[in-house]
Structures are given as C-alpha cells and as structure tokens.
Design a protein around this ligand. Structure first.
Ligand SMILES: C[S@@+](CC[C@H](N)C(=O)[O-])C[C@H]1O[C@@H](n2cnc3c(N)ncnc32)[C@H](O)[C@@H]1O
Length: 302
C-alpha cells in the first residue's frame, strides 16, 4: 500500500531512484536528485557508490515501504535530516531529531574562529598550565561543543541548553563520539549558575531571528525546526541582548565571546558592545555577516 501521495512503480534500485527524483520534483522539493539519493541510501542503509553500482538490485518489501514513507514525508516538507535522523557537522555524523536545530555548514565558521583564538595544541601550553575553559551556550545537538572537544583535546568544555529534549540529543551525540567525558552539560538559562570570570571563551549560536522576519524564513524551517531555537522574539535581538552581559560576567579578562549572527542584526549587535575590544564580524561564504568575536579587556574601565 503506498503511503501518502508517492507511489513507486518499480522495485529495482535504479528505477526506484528515478521514480523518487520525479516524485520529489513534482512536489517542488529542492535538489530532488540529492534528496532521493539520500532517502534511498537511508532505506537501504547503503552509500552512494552502492546506489549507482547496483541498479538491477531489487528492493525488499521493507526497504520499499521505508523509501515510500520517506519520500512522502519529504514531499510534505519534512527536512531530510529529520527523516534520516542524521546530519554531518565538522566531519562528525550527528543524530538530529525535531527537538534540535539541524546543524548548518555556516556554523563551522564559528568553530574556525574559536580555533584561531585557541589554536589546537596551544590550549594548554605546558603540562602544568590550566586548560582553556570554553562554554557553548544553547548547545542544541551539541555540534559546537563536540567539534571543539574533538579539535581541542586539552580544553575544558561546558555546554548549556534550556531544552531538556535537546540536551538529551546533545548527550547522545557526545556518547556516540566517545566525548561524553569531555563535555559537562548544564540545563540552564544562558549562563545562569556559571562562576564569574571563569571562562576563556563563550561561544554561541543563539536564536537570532526576529518574529518580524518570519515570512522570510523558509517554510520548512518555520514548520519543522524548533521555534525556540530559531526565533528570539519580536526583533531577533532578545536572546543576544541578554547573553552579552552574561558573557561579560563569566569571561576572564582577555577572554573572547564568539557568536553566530545574521546580516539583519549585525549592526545592532555591534552597537550593543560598549566596553568590548577587538570587535570583528566575519562573513560566511555567501558574504553574509556571520561570526562576531569580541574580547573582554584586560583593564576594566570604572
Ligand atoms: C540556533 S539553536 C543552535 C543550536 C546549536 N548550537 C547549533 O549551532 O546548531 C539555539 C539553541 O539555543 C537554545 N536556547 C534558546 N534559548 C536559550 C536560553 N535562554 N538558554 C539556553 N539555551 C537556549 C535552543 O533550545 C537551541 O537549542
């Protein structure tokens, strides 16, 4: 029995791929070939080479049912990552569910900036020196803290998150990559409960889309990704404006705050950084202002 509106007429692998591409294209799913490949690989538990290497292979009834359901879900707009339950980030395969934002490639620029500020191998200059202490605010799937734990073997990592459901996924991802002993997860609002002047780096990809921009956000994101991960409030600045003074409080002198932002809020965020030094905003590959970094000064003005 076909599920939803998508029916696969043939059960051979090559033909199934073709039918899947056609059905996704007919429902205006972007990149229909890539999506059909991904969903067929998911149904068969195989890689792309296998997909193209065995066009005459017959699908089992179970594989066919999984593929049909996946195509129907994708045609309804459900992101492929929520269907397959996976997304790659920083070379790691991460579990994703609708409880967490799907990690985006532009967030890898945030990791790159932290690694410039705290180069691998330099996070503990000598065996006696203290580790670099980093806190990731709003960890979601855990993508930022996991990437940093992997890249910085001596750093001490903390991750905060307000959603218990998201925290569960972050913990599962940490265990999946044998990093559960490297990251201390905290369920709290932003940096509540963290000691003053105790961190070298505060890093975050906070919710930064304003409800006023809702119409400009892709329908798939609006409908299926957690609203509390995407939207900050009416203007988009509501979370960041609370986070900046909190970051100042927990950072050591000369510590860095690294935030993912968007072009819409870049100048307003810059305007709220009175007292911070070395404020810099780097663009992403689409030339959109994306990564803000700012240093807490060594000497604080009274
Ligand atoms: C844009 S998502 C980023 C998730 C992940 N860090 C990433 O880069 O994909 C923002 C995350 O912040 C969490 N969050 C929202 N408000 C928060 C708050 N006040 N305190 C802690 N976490 C919060 C959301 O639940 C969500 O997981």
């Amino acid at each position: 029995m076909p599920l939803g509106t998508v029916t696969i007429s043939a059960v051979l692998l090559g033909q199934s791929l073709k039918t899947g591409i056609e059905s996704l294209a007919a429902t205006d799913v972007p990149s229909p070939r890539m999506n059909a490949e991904l969903l067929l690989m998911f149904a068969l538990g195989c890689d792309r080479a296998y997909l193209y290497g065995h066009p005459e292979r017959q699908l089992t009834a179970r594989e066919e049912a999984i593929y049909e359901k996946a195509l129907a879900d994708r045609s309804r707009g459900i992101p492929a990552q929520y269907i397959t339950g996976h997304q790659e980030f920083w070379g790691m395969d991460l579990i994703v569910t609708p409880a967490v934002l799907i990690p985006r490639p532009e967030t890898e620029h945030v990791i790159e900036r932290v690694l410039e500020l705290c180069p691998p191998g330099d996070e503990r200059r000598s065996p006696e020196a203290e580790s670099c202490r980093i806190v990731d605010v709003g960890t979601g799937s855990g993508c930022i803290s996991l990437a940093l734990a992997k890249a910085l073997p001596h750093a001490e990592l903390h991750a905060t998150e307000i959603s218990e459901a998201a925290l569960e996924i972050a913990r599962a991802n940490a265990a999946r990559h044998q990093l559960e002993n490297r990251i201390c997860f905290h369920r709290c609002d932003l940096l509540a409960g963290m000691d003053a002047e105790s961190f070298d780096i505060v890093v975050s990809n906070p919710p930064y889309v304003g409800q006023s921009e809702e119409e400009e956000v892709q329908l798939e994101v609006r409908k299926f990704e957690p609203g509390s991960a995407v939207f900050a409030g009416p203007t988009g600045l509501e979370v960041i404006e609370r986070l900046i003074p909190e970051a100042w409080r927990v950072l050591k002198r000369q510590g860095w705050m690294v935030l993912e932002i968007s072009g819409t809020i870049a100048s307003r965020v810059r305007g709220s950084l009175r007292g911070w030094e070395n404020v810099h905003i780097a663009n992403d590959l689409r030339l959109i202002p994306r990564v803000l970094s700012a240093k807490k000064p060594d000497r604080l003005k009274s």
